[in-house]
Design a protein around this ligand. Structure first.
Ligand code: SDX
Length: 439
């Protein structure tokens, strides 16, 4: 059986003792490049007859990866060893896309070639336009994204052979390039405006803004401040280890499903308010709070175990410290508002005061609940004119590179296999079926 490269490092073991039988079993303890070691339980059932039980996979490693590392306790996020704060300052989204698909940041020539390829893939099949007509104009853009992206294999059947590295590369380029076009089309469709074609003279973020806000009736000038903020938001959302939507893409891909279908599954998973849908939920929450006087009421609601309400944009499965992306976005928030001459943004005032209050509250301190990536992103997106219903679409556009790069890493992993978790069964044990006339 092919062994994970990580197993080569196994010269330590965890010994499990089953006190009901007295049997002891050693499991290889595998070191990573950094972060927690893992112990390989692949032989657990064979050796003990037991499964593990970890609802929500809170401490279960599903795969080996070289792409993204998160230290939740320290609030560290790195992509291939580069801190997200440094990448946000000194790199851009296209460079990060290149790096996630390759091993390192590109040099100038590599970047120029990569950007050219992405630019040249940004148009979609002309017949895809008809697909939108099937949706109600009021359909949520994420519903459209799920449908349209899921259908892409019907339009690009020449790049769905998952065993052909060249086709995998073409699909990765197509998805990164076409998601902004598909997302902008979803927005245009929802407001009854004509679709705007991509333009090859604009960079990735400029092109997206142009497709979103240009109209045929007049020239649209992209504001460089907004374009820079958009690129930074894309960069910060690009990849994030084995989050729910990326794990969904990996699980769907492990069945051999084509990459377009696997990414569509990731879009569906991202939509939930506990995940990527939180950015839209944050804006709605801040608007519902309405003014600073009502913040204590909502903080108490969030703390009430009998109240479903959660402070959207707060808390994280992995970060038990500040989400480093939230810090970068908080800085960007002030930069964008200043640059746009927005002196007073009520929602930002509420957000800042809500953060201050929550971070002083024992409940949030004890549970280590800090602002996450979604807390400030919505305020910037609102400031640059994005409709709230498009917030999660933007997250999906940005995260597509993470999904397809992780999917590709899975396909290339010598030990990857069909993902198929087990369970703890607590239902009825075997019993006879009673004929209906006797039930
Ligand atoms: C993203 O995984 C990723 O990497 C995701 C992401 C990415 O880039 O892909 O980072 C993007 O999804 C960010 C998270 C966006 N979601 C939200 O902002 C929604 C609000 N947050 C919560 O729903 C919650 O914090 C989660 C879902 C994000 C994480 O929840 P966990 O890890 O399952 O933890 P939990 O729900 O068990 O919470 C632990 C405790 C609980 O209280 P007790 O049952 O122990 O008494 O903290 C409480 C929770 O009730 N809690 C909150 C809270 N978040 C957790 N209480 C109030 N408000 C909150 N926001």
């Amino acid at each position: 059986m092919p062994k994970s490269p990580a197993s080569d490092g196994a010269n330590e073991y965890i010994t499990l003792t089953d006190h009901s039988t007295g049997k002891t079993v050693d499991f290889p303890l595998l070191p990573g490049a950094t972060g927690p070691k893992v112990f390989d339980i692949g032989a657990l059932y064979k050796e003990t007859g037991y499964f593990t039980y970890d609802p929500g996979y809170t401490c279960t490693g599903a795969c080996e990866s070289k792409m993204t590392f998160i230290d939740g306790e320290q609030g560290i996020l790195m992509h291939r060893g580069y801190l997200i704060e440094d990448l946000a300052k000194q790199s851009d989204y296209m460079e990060l896309c290149y790096m996630l698909l390759n091993d390192d940041l590109p040099d100038s020539k590599q970047k120029q070639d990569f950007v050219r390829i992405i630019t040249e893939h940004s148009m979609v099949h002309e017949q895809l336009k008809k697909f939108y007509d099937g949706f109600r104009r009021g359909a949520h853009p994420m519903a459209i994204m799920c449908g349209v992206v899921g259908a892409l294999s019907a339009f690009y059947p020449d790049s769905i052979d998952i065993l052909d590295p060249k086709q995998r590369t073409v699909t990765a380029h197509r998805l990164v390039a076409k998601m902004p076009t598909i997302g902008a089309m979803a927005y245009k469709y929802s407001i009854g405006q004509p679709f705007i074609y991509p333009r090859n003279d604009l960079n990735y973020a400029e092109n997206f803004l142009h497709m979103m806000f240009a109209v045929p009736a007049e020239e649209y000038k992209v504001n460089p401040v907004i374009a820079k903020a958009m690129d930074r938001i894309f960069l910060l959302h690009a990849d994030h280890e084995q989050n729910a939507s990326t794990s969904t893409v990996r699980l769907a891909g492990s069945t051999g499903a084509n990459p377009f279908a696997s990414v569509a599954a990731g879009i569906a998973a991202l939509w939930g308010p506990a995940h990527g849908g939180a950015n839209e939920a944050v804006l709605n929450m801040l608007a519902e709070i309405g003014n600073a006087d009502r913040i204590p009421e909502y903080v108490e609601k969030a703390k009430d175990p009998n109240d479903e309400f959660r402070l959207f944009g707060f808390g994280h499965r992995v970060y038990k410290n500040y989400d480093p992306r939230a810090k970068v976005l908080q800085e960007s928030c002030h930069e964008v508002l200043d640059a746009l001459g927005i002196e007073h943004e009520p929602l930002l005032d509420i957000a800042v005061q809500l953060e201050e209050m929550a971070l002083k509250d024992d409940y949030f301190i004890e549970k280590k609940l800090f602002p996450n990536v979604d807390f400030y992103s919505g305020i910037i997106l609102k400031a640059i004119g994005m409709p709230t219903t498009m917030f999660t679409v933007l997250f999906a556009i940005a995260r597509t590179i993470g999904w397809i790069a992780q999917w590709n890493e899975m396909i290339e992993d010598p030990v990857q296999k069909l993902g198929r978790p087990r369970q703890l069964y607590t239902g009825a044990t075997e019993r006879p079926v009673i004929p209906i006339h006797k039930r």
